[in-house]
Design a protein around this ligand. Structure first.
Ligand SMILES: NC(=O)c1ccc[n+]([C@@H]2O[C@H](COP(=O)([O-])OP(=O)(O)OC[C@H]3O[C@@H](n4cnc5c(N)ncnc54)[C@H](OP(=O)(O)O)[C@@H]3O)[C@@H](O)[C@H]2O)c1
Length: 297
């Protein structure tokens, strides 16, 4: 799925056969990592990692615990062109409940990676989050000041700072990702019960998972911070309702505000990522949901 919404401004994809790279994908077993795996594996020499969920089939992921610093450093120093870092503690409530673990999994590994690749020519690509912002602005561009309101956002901000201090690496901030992963299905799992509570007071510009790999491949020659957002701005309730209808899922999507949703974690109310550095935006919801439901590619 092509992420480019303005073809005249798009650069040529940088993962053409002529630019086959050797890539380490940390967190390939995860939801986002699995989506990236699907795009990257046929095009590049790819080594992917898992921690607890070995992916089925031919992926051949290697086991890695980010807390095993010697192993993480040795793997990262193995002559890769690019290390895509999509591993860590992602559920916001889990990070809020255990800030020390969140720091251990989301910040410290970035220090280890930087030490391991320094001077080697290996580039790091850190997947960061729109949760580095407080959600009080209409939209966020790369240079906007960060002020995270939850533990997860603070760990992503700290990890970004490490990369920015070093220079030469890339941070790609992404919003809520939706779609079907090849093995981990974190997003659709939210719609698995008989009822799905979805917030009407959270606004986002979500990105469709299959568009992420092609977008990263167009961006990974850059350094510093880039945003990759989705085209449509919707509430969480609208997103979940539209996915439920598109897939005809047997769940009732129930509208709720934060004070009714039983959440333990503060969330930024409006997160819309926009870029001043490139023209890429994820596909609109109609196209993405048609793709997701198999109605057309
Ligand atoms: N999903 C989103 O909407 C979203 C939005 C913005 C940014 N992001 C960013 O995208 C990245 C991936 O998120 P995701 O949604 O794919 O999360 P996920 O499905 O929870 O995947 C997390 C990945 O990290 C691995 N991992 C967890 N603990 C580990 C440990 N101790 N050692 C080594 N690996 C460990 C997991 O391995 P196992 O599964 O094998 O245990 C899995 O591969 C994260 O950096 C996240 O901040 C995601």
């Amino acid at each position: 799925m092509d992420p480019c919404r303005r073809p005249s401004g798009c650069e040529a994809p940088s993962d053409s056969p002529a630019s086959r790279l050797r890539i380490l994908l940390l967190g390939a077993s995860g939801f986002v990592g699995g989506g990236l795996w699907t795009h990257l594996a046929p095009r590049h020499e790819l080594v992917g990692t898992y921690a607890t969920r070995p992916a089925p089939g031919p992926a051949g992921l290697v086991r890695l615990d980010l807390r095993d610093e010697h192993r993480l450093a040795a793997l990262a120093a193995d002559g890769f062109d690019l290390v895509v870092h999509a591993a860590g503690l992602v559920p916001l409530e889990a990070a809020e409940a255990d800030p020390a673990l969140a720091h251990r999994l989301n910040v410290r590994p970035v220090e280890v990676l930087l030490d391991a690749v320094r001077g080697s020519g290996t580039k790091l690509l850190l997947l960061s989050s729109d949760n580095v912002f407080d959600g009080t602005r209409r939209q966020y561009e790369e240079a906007d000041p960060r002020s995270p309101v939850n533990v997860y956002g603070r760990t992503k901000t700290a990890a970004e700072d490490l990369l920015l201090a070093e220079g030469g690496h890339l941070i790609v901030r992404i919003p809520l990702v939706y779609g079907r992963g090849p093995w981990a299905n974190t997003f659709l799992a939210r719609l698995a019960g008989p009822t799905t509570v979805a917030r009407t007071d959270l606004v986002c510009a979500p990105v469709y998972l299959p568009s992420l790999g092609p977008a990263l491949a167009r961006l990974w020659h850059r350094t510093g911070v880039v945003h990759y957002g989705g085209s449509d701005v919707v509430t969480r309730f609208e997103l979940m309702s539209r996915v439920q209808r598109a897939l005809d899922l047997p769940t009732r999507v129930v509208a709720a505000r934060g004070d009714e949703a039983g959440t333990t974690c503060r969330r930024p109310p409006r997160l819309v990522l926009r870029s001043t550095r490139h023209p890429l935006l994820g596909p609109d919801l109609d196209s993405a949901l048609a793709h997701l439901s198999g109605r057309r590619i």
